[in-house]
Design a binder for this molecule. Structure first.
Ligand code: ZN
Length: 176
């Protein structure tokens, strides 16, 4: 099982509208929480990064080609020029991987956040591999004040990690 923390190093990602907190720190925080939760269940986890390092899309893809995980989830937080937009969303490219993204969204909805949706044919680099089911999770919007307050709450980030874990479990169970 692979967990990808979005951004890192000089690639900071988005930043909080009020706090200025960087997406790269928050994605790693949720990825680390998810890793702990999975390990506690005996799942072997490979991370695309475990520190504040700059690793480009090609290097990440190649590393996963070596690691050959049975699943990959990529964690990001959303941002929009429209400050009113909020909620959690999941993305896939290949229709065959839609069930994974849907299972995760179903669980993310239970964290008490708004829902932004499930989007297909999405051109994100970690949605392109066909060797393993993959999904992109976009947590709430750093550009929305309500969402930002949620994201900055440790308890929410723990709920988010738990929801992703439940979504992965749901997917694995349903595909047996
Ligand atoms: Zn991002």
């Amino acid at each position: 099982m692979a967990v990808d923390a979005g951004h890192g190093g000089s690639n900071t990602g988005a930043s909080g509208k009020q706090s200025g907190r960087l997406e790269k720190e928050l994605t790693l925080d949720v990825a680390n929480r998810l890793q702990s939760l999975l390990r506690r269940k005996g799942v072997r986890v490979v991370m695309t990064r475990s520190g504040d390092t700059l690793i480009g899309p090609t290097a990440r893809i190649l590393a996963m080609r070596q690691a050959l995980p049975n699943l990959l989830v990529s964690i990001h937080f959303n941002s929009s020029a429209n400050a009113a937009v909020r909620g959690v969303s999941t993305y896939y490219k290949h229709v065959g991987f839609r069930p994974l993204s849907q299972a995760i969204l179903l669980e993310l909805r239970k964290t008490g956040t708004a829902e932004f949706g499930n989007v297909g044919h999405f051109n994100f680099f970690f949605n392109t591999p066909t060797d393993y089911p993959n999904a992109l999770v976009e947590g709430p919007f750093l550009s929305n004040v309500t969402d930002e307050n949620l994201i900055l709450d440790d308890r929410f980030r723990q709920r988010m990690a738990k929801a992703i874990r439940r979504g992965l479990k749901r997917f694995v169970k349903d595909s047996r």
